[in-house]
Design a protein around this ligand. Structure first.
Ligand code: ZN
Length: 142
């Protein structure tokens, strides 16, 4: 065991069901209005959808500065993650498109703002067996 492994908090395991998904996404009935987003210092500077590019696996290189402030929230697959605005809690889908790979280590990503209901449906549609929670992040288990 390395020091790094010993200091990792033990993840908590949740069953994969509607209650857990609701815990992750928040109330699926809740709709964030344009007015609400316009007062968020992070979300007001992000478009509804954006194409991002990265090289050598590091996403940061191609992300608008403000997008780097979004927190990792759920890892569905390495190519599909949900990010969360630390200020207003709005969720974003970050998806990698391998078909656009143009060279080693390069990838094209799409960042899309989601309503809680969209995130809820997206997660519920995954064939996951359980969900792990470590720190503030969620990880789907297959
Ligand atoms: Zn926000």
């Amino acid at each position: 065991m390395t020091e790094e492994l010993k200091t990792q908090p033990i993840p908590k395991v949740y069953p994969f069901n509607r209650d857990t998904v609701r815990l992750i996404t928040g109330d699926p009935e809740l709709v964030l209005s344009k007015a609400r987003l316009s007062i968020c210092e992070v979300c007001s500077r992000l478009p509804d959808s954006a194409e991002l590019n990265s090289r050598q696996g590091g996403l940061e290189a191609g992300v608008p500065d403000v997008a780097a402030r979004l927190a990792d929230h759920v890892e569905i697959r390495t190519s599909l993650r949900l990010l969360k605005c630390p200020t207003c809690g709005c969720l974003y889908k970050l998806e990698r498109h391998s078909e656009f790979l143009s060279g080693p280590g390069e990838a094209s990503w799409t960042l899309t703002r989601l309503q809680a209901g969209d995130a809820y449906e997206l997660l519920l549609g995954q064939p996951a067996k359980a969900v792990l929670r470590r720190d503030q992040r969620w990880l789907l288990e297959w």
